[in-house]
Design a protein around this ligand. Structure first.
Ligand SMILES: Nc1ncnc2c1ncn2[C@@H]1O[C@H](COP(=O)(O)OP(=O)(O)OC[C@H]2O[C@H](OP(=O)(O)O)[C@H](O)[C@@H]2O)[C@@H](O)[C@H]1O
Length: 416
């Protein structure tokens, strides 16, 4: 971003007038681009927060909707749409201040007007970035399950905003200070220092937008699926709360399309299956009946970093579908893959936690309810909770018996 020109010294020759005006235009343009970029980044980040997306799962499709209030969205959009106006004002002020060749009196009042316009637009830029910092805090607190100090992305957003604020505060000081002010003695410090925030902002934003290291793949997919309109004026009409994204609940084309779940047909008394619970040595993924549903335990953050959860993640993917279901501890998320249901019992908050036995039991009861709702008759599980989660096998077996007693579901527990 070109260095901020000291707008109180009015150049006299044509070249320096041209330089002053072009510096004003570059400065205004650079501020507009960088501030719009951090707002776009903010908006995309908001969509990846845990509680900003609502999913409604109907029989054939799942819909994702943003849960932001209209007020929140209008505020975000208004700031974004005002940015071009601030830049236009800055350029108009530069031109007004430096391109008059009227009589002294007319020139003085035109310079004063141009100067006022530039000062006003600088204040507007300053307010938009200050608002950005408030937005980051507000959305991080309101729409995320994690404490704000544990959200690395919030730190990145703050750093970007802070660098821009330094830039704008310095520029505002320069614009408001009279030419005799001692700040001009240190302007070389600012010019030197000023390039640092610019370089850092470009590196961070560049890395974030180009390198996309800011968002994980599934976040990008989630944002794209909700944000059906790209950057630009049409962004103005982008209504996150009205945009429902429907994605088929059947698996992507490369997988066998999942037929609708077979409704639980009433079985004749002779064929009603009773609840059975058997243990079998074998590999869950190769030895379980292909028509059995599978179930395992995960944390609410769906990291699935190790153990059998990692195998499930690699084998069935669907992280985005699972995230979109917004399940909490004690609930069960699920996918439909290879004509079977894959259940994810949310037994703890974070990957580094250990499940609370009560939550474990609750998730098993939820699993049973879901099996009955979806007409699942056969369910195969590993020794859930007994490995990384450290629960005792006897507790887990008792919990399964208690949860499924009285059902007509056949439960098989595989062990290696
Ligand atoms: N192919 C296979 N067939 C049959 N049995 C198999 C098998 N592969 C492994 N087993 C056995 O199945 C038991 C449980 O296997 P695990 O220890 O992984 O699961 P768990 O339920 O205790 O723990 C879940 C948390 O682990 C992760 O958390 P992280 O993100 O990694 O930190 C998740 O996210 C959860 O939150 C162990 O006896 C394994 O020997």
């Amino acid at each position: 971003m070109p260095s901020t020109f000291s707008y109180n010294t009015n150049p006299t020759n044509k070249d320096s007038i041209g330089l002053a005006i072009s510096s004003g235009i570059f400065t205004a343009g650079a501020f507009f681009i960088i501030i719009l970029a951090i707002y776009i980044l903010l908006e995309d980040w908001i969509l990846t927060l845990t509680n900003t997306i609502q999913v409604t799962v109907s029989n054939s499709t799942s819909q994702r909707r943003s849960k932001l209030t209209n007020y929140e969205q209008c505020t975000l959009k208004t700031v974004e749409c005002l940015l071009p106006a601030f830049s236009t004002l800055f350029v108009a002020g530069s031109i007004k201040e430096f391109s008059t060749n009227e009589s002294d009196y007319v020139m003085d009042s035109s310079i004063a007007k141009g100067d006022t316009i530039i000062k006003f637009s600088m204040i507007c830029f300053l307010c938009s970035v200050s608002l950005y910092m408030l937005f980051v805090t507000y959305f991080a607190v309101k729409y995320s399950n994690k404490p704000i100090h544990k959200q690395l992305k919030v730190l990145v957003l703050y750093i970007v905003g802070a660098l821009l604020l330094i830039e704008l505060v310095y520029g505002t000081f320069m614009i408001f200070s009279p030419p005799t002010d001692k700040i001009y003695k240190y302007s070389w410090v600012f010019y030197l220092f000023e390039s640092l925030p610019e370089v850092l902002i470009v590196v961070i934003l560049g890395g974030v937008i180009l390198g996309e290291w800011f968002f994980e793949d599934e976040d990008l997919e989630l944002v794209d699926s909700i944000k059906t309109i790209s950057i630009g004026l049409n962004n103005f009409f982008f209504k996150m709360s009205d945009t429902a994204y429907s994605y088929p609940s059947t698996p992507p084309p490369q997988e066998t399309p999942a037929p609708p779940p077979t409704p639980a047909t009433p079985l004749s008394s002779s064929t009603i299956e009773k609840f059975t619970f058997t243990e079998r040595q074998g590999d869950l993924f190769t030895d379980a009946s292909p028509t059995d549903a599978l179930a395992h335990c995960v944390s609410q953050d769906l990291r699935m970093g190790k153990g059998i959860a990692d195998i499930f993640k690699k084998k069935y993917g669907g992280l985005n579908e699972l995230k979109a279901q917004q399940c909490k501890v004690g609930q069960v998320a699920y996918l439909r893959r290879d004509n079977r249901y894959i259940f994810y019992l949310i037994t703890k908050y974070y990957v580094y936690d250990k499940p609370n036995p009560k939550d474990f039991e609750t998730s098993l009861v939820e699993l049973r309810k879901l099996c009955e709702k979806l007409g699942v008759r056969g369910l195969s599980v590993p020794r859930i909770g007994t490995g990384l989660d450290g629960l005792s096998l006897s507790f887990v077996k008792n919990a399964i018996n208690d949860a499924f007693e009285g059902s007509n579901i056949r439960v098989t527990m595989f062990y290696l």
